[in-house]
Design a protein around this ligand. Structure first.
Ligand code: FBP
Length: 556
């Protein structure tokens, strides 16, 4: 990194705030053990799968009078896993500063390109100079990230070789629900093999779906959603100025609609779709289209041929008929992998899949009908490669274009509609994932890095770093560690029941969705837009340290 912007230059000087228990450095942290923690359900089967790491206590931290523990150097490997999320560099900075503060010979090894770096032993030692260049910056470019899934004994054995060759005290895995699930499996594996190396997870994902009573929010959500809300506000202003376009905006969030919900609350767009609601109400694509067309017609009747529609990225998988279709496509793609791989034209792929669906009996005929009714681009997008976790890559499906097209057709066929409909489409995702972290994420991430260091130092494994009370000022933040197995439940994955961290979807009975449901009708025809503006780093705390509406509503 040779050149930096003026903002980045100033931002590097920012010293993240940490909770009171961490303020005197990690040597002066007292780790207090609470009750043994167990998952809410499926206890027996999870206990059986994790005999060495199940039932460990909840941990909370207190500031100690004097330094405790041995002042020995720690050697820690760190992995950035999955999609970028603002603040990842600060997690490493918190870890780095903490371990150096207890012993100058401590070392942090950054595994390159995500979990595969750990498996292949590709790493870089993080120097003070390198660390300083990345403080309070967005992205994961300090060591890169990747989506390799570490889950087989062979992979774990290769990791063990690397862990032994570097003589690591710990591996810190910074990732989402799947990566933290695999962190717990690795922790169990290492213990079973007699290794004392800790494995600690850190909750990351802009999607906001790694949360529970102990993890109020995953890092990156705050910055990403503020970035999108700024852009949506700008678009709403443009729409209200030009008065000629309907903007269809797809927002990242592979499954859960937390981002769309928060951005909706922040900007008051005219239509805010929430995938979880679509599923609950068993809505079809036609009903969704009809509802958007209803709002467009009502605004046209009020002389407003413009507006903003927010669409969660994962919507398509939550429309019940599509969910079944995608599940069947996954099976058929896996079953016919070789034959499908040999097809070289789009038409051949679509035709082959339609045939396979049709040969599936009456259910298949219905699914084939839905598949054939879709525009070609969407058909092809549904057939694209799955990610290493078996997920459809929803970021590659143009749901915004699909809805704009179908709404356009619907309005054309409606003789009562007298307005003008012209659409613009947008996808906000990648522009938020590597944004410079807000104060909230800068502080939260740096603190999570310090928490991970405390957990390593106290010899814990299979824990996730946790900070609670984050809706209050940093002075009230409470740091600690949560056994990952307590977040588990059993789910079907690739045809097998597996222990995994439950993904936190939008709760329709939760305060954030209820706030949206209460007000959204008022935002349809009125121009009630709010323009949040850009993230601020310098200025009044009310502006710079603001938390998301979701956190405010959920945590009080
Ligand atoms: P994580 O779950 O790994 O944090 O990634 C989330 C995400 O940003 C989703 O919102 C999006 O669907 C996906 O990553 C895109 O993945 P990719 O970077 O592989 O295109």
């Amino acid at each position: 990194m040779s050149q930096v912007s003026i903002l980045e230059k100033h931002r590097k000087q920012y010293q993240p705030k940490v909770p009171p228990s961490l303020r005197q450095g990690i040597a002066k942290v007292k780790v207090v053990e609470g009750a043994a923690a167990e998952p809410a359900k499926d206890r027996d089967v999870i206990k059986k799968s994790f005999p060495n790491t199940y039932g460990t206590p909840l941990l909370s931290f207190q500031a100690a009078e004097a330094a405790g523990g041995e002042a020995k150097a720690l050697r820690i490997g760190v992995v950035l896993s999955g999609g970028q999320a603002p603040g990842g560099h600060n997690v490493i900075a918190g870890l780095f500063d903490s371990v150096k503060s207890i012993h100058p010979q401590s070392q942090i090894f950054g595994f390159l390109g995500g979990p595969s770096g750990l498996e292949k032993g590709k790493y870089e030692t993080i120097t003070a100079e390198k660390m300083d260049a990345y403080r309070n910056t967005g992205g994961f470019d300090i060591i890169g990230s990747g989506r390799t899934k570490l889950e087989t004994p062979e992979q774990f054995d290769r990791c063990i070789e690397v862990i032994k060759s570097l003589d690591l005290n710990a591996v810190v895995i910074i990732g989402g629900d799947d990566s933290n699930t695999n962190a717990a499996i690795l922790a169990e594996y290492l213990k079973a093999k007699g290794l004392s190396t800790s494995v600690i997870g850190v909750p990351k994902t802009i999607d906001g779906d790694l949360k529970n009573p102990h993890i109020p929010v995953s890092f990156g959500f705050d910055t990403a959603v503020k970035t999108y809300s700024e852009l949506i506000g700008n678009i709403a202003r443009d729409a209200g100025s030009a008065k000629k376009y309907w903007h269809f905006i797809k927002l990242m969030g592979r499954s859960a609609s937390h981002i769309a919900l928060e951005a909706g609350l922040q900007t008051r767009a005219n239509v805010i779709l929430i995938s979880e609601e679509v599923e609950k109400r068993n809505l079809s694509l036609e009903q969704i289209v009809d509802d958007i067309a209803r709002v467009i017609s009502a605004r046209a009747a009020a002389g407003k041929n413009y507006g903003v529609v927010l669409i969660p990225e994962g919507l398509i998988e939550f429309i019940p008929s599509f969910k079944t279709l995608i599940g069947r496509l996954n099976d058929l793609l896996a079953k016919n992998e070789e034959a499908f791989g040999k097809l070289d034209t789009t038409d051949a792929k679509i035709a082959a899949m339609s045939g396979w669906l049709e040969s599936d009996g009456p259910t298949g005929t219905g699914l084939a009908k839905t598949f054939k009714s879709l525009p070609k681009t969407i058909q092809l997008q549904l057939l694209l490669d799955r990610d290493p976790h078996g997920n459809v890559q929803v970021s590659l499906i143009d749901t915004d274009a699909l809805l704009a097209e179908l709404v356009g057709r619907k309005l054309k066929s409606d003789s009562a509609y007298k307005g003008k409909f012209s659409s613009q489409r947008h996808f906000f995702g990648y522009e938020g994932r590597a944004a410079a972290p807000s104060n909230f994420d800068a502080d939260y991430c740096y603190s999570l890095g310090c928490v991970a260091a405390v957990l390593v130092r106290s010899g814990r494994t299979g824990y996730m770093a946790s900070i609670r009370n984050v809706s209050k000022g940093v002075d009230q933040w409470a740091a600690g560690g949560i056994p990952i197995t307590m977040m588990f439940n059993m789910e079907q994955r690739h045809g097998h029941l597996k222990p995994v961290i439950q993904k936190a979807l939008v709760e329709l009975e939760g305060p954030a969705f209820k706030a949206l449901a209460k007000s959204r009708a008022d935002w349809e025809v009125q121009d009630a837009f709010i323009y949040p503006g850009p993230i601020q780093y310098f200025g009044p705390s009310e502006v710079c340290d603001a938390i998301t509406k979701t956190l405010e509503l959920e945590q009080g």
